[in-house]
Design a protein around this ligand. Structure first.
Ligand code: PMP
Length: 263
């Protein structure tokens, strides 16, 4: 892993921030996970714009500027030779940490056969912000893992509306029409990309959906930076549609692959 702390490439064993930093004490910091496709960074401007939205939402004023962060990311990435890299950017009041590591792609079977999910009740404090102090997401994801499934679908505990995944956004299809949730979620960069791609063909509608209705949708898929689009074929043990990736999901995956891989 290549690590850059406050603008300097640092050995992994020596990379540190002060223990008195609010980032360490309170998780008062925001972050982004970005990836490259064939050495090209995907939508870095959008990720950095969201980093600053996250900072605004929690009232974090950092000394690091958009331009400086951008340059540090490009410089850190240049130190690596990874064809497909995962880049993490953590921004606090005083500190900036950028890490670059090789991105392990998900197994082919996840895309061909789909993945399973479980529902998980609870709420994030600041849904529009990607902050370190969001252990709820971590716990939701750990729960999914302990149940042997890929993702936890976050469900509002009062009225059972679906929000997003612990690290992904949710889309569903009914009668060949594409829908996405729009309220109290993180606006994913992959989600934006899918919405833009759908615009060219059959535009996506934004609606609230309860978990029970999601389970009876024709198709469900999730989107996230590190894996793009993943079909969801089971939620809480209930089969979604035919139990296989559906035609609209496959069409969106094809369009997405063409955009990011050029094939
Ligand atoms: N929602 C949450 C809560 C997330 O952590 C993520 C991952 N960043 C997403 C949605 C998906 O966003 P993106 O497509 O930008 O990775």
């Amino acid at each position: 892993m290549i690590i850059n702390v406050d603008g300097k490439i640092t050995d992994e064993t020596k990379a540190c921030i002060p223990v008195v930093s609010e980032a360490f004490l309170y998780g008062f910091a925001v972050f982004e996970t970005v990836r490259t496709y064939n050495k090209k960074i995907f939508r870095l401007d959008d990720h950095l714009a969201r980093l600053f939205v996250s900072a605004d939402v929690i009232g974090l004023k950092s000394k690091w500027t958009f331009k400086k962060i951008y340059q540090i990311i490009v410089d850190t990435l240049a130190e690596s030779k990874y064809k497909n890299a995962k880049i993490r950017i953590i921004l606090s009041k005083k500190h900036l940490v950028v890490t670059v590591e090789s991105l392990k792609e998900k197994p082919e079977s996840f895309y061909k056969k789909g993945v399973k999910a479980i529902s998980y009740q609870g709420r994030r404090n600041s849904p529009r912000a990607k902050t370190l102090a969001d252990s709820f997401l971590y716990l939701a994801h750990q729960h999914a893992k302990s149940c042997g499934v890929y993702e936890a679908i976050l469900v509002d505990p009062r009225k059972f509306y679906v929000r997003e995944g612990s690290y992904s956004n949710i889309f569903w299809v009914n009668g060949r029409h594409l829908y996405a949730t729009n309220k109290n979620i993180l606006f994913g960069i992959t989600r934006d990309t899918v919405i833009e791609l759908a615009q060219l063909d059959s535009p996506c509608d934004f609606e609230g959906i309860k978990i029970k209705s999601l389970m009876s949708a024709d198709e469900v898929f999730i989107t996230q930076t590190t894996s793009g689009i993943l079909p969801v074929v089971q939620i809480d043990g209930h089969k979604i549609g035919t139990g296989k990736p559906g035609p609209v999901t496959k069409k969106m995956m094809k369009a997405f692959d063409k955009l990011v891989w050029g094939k």
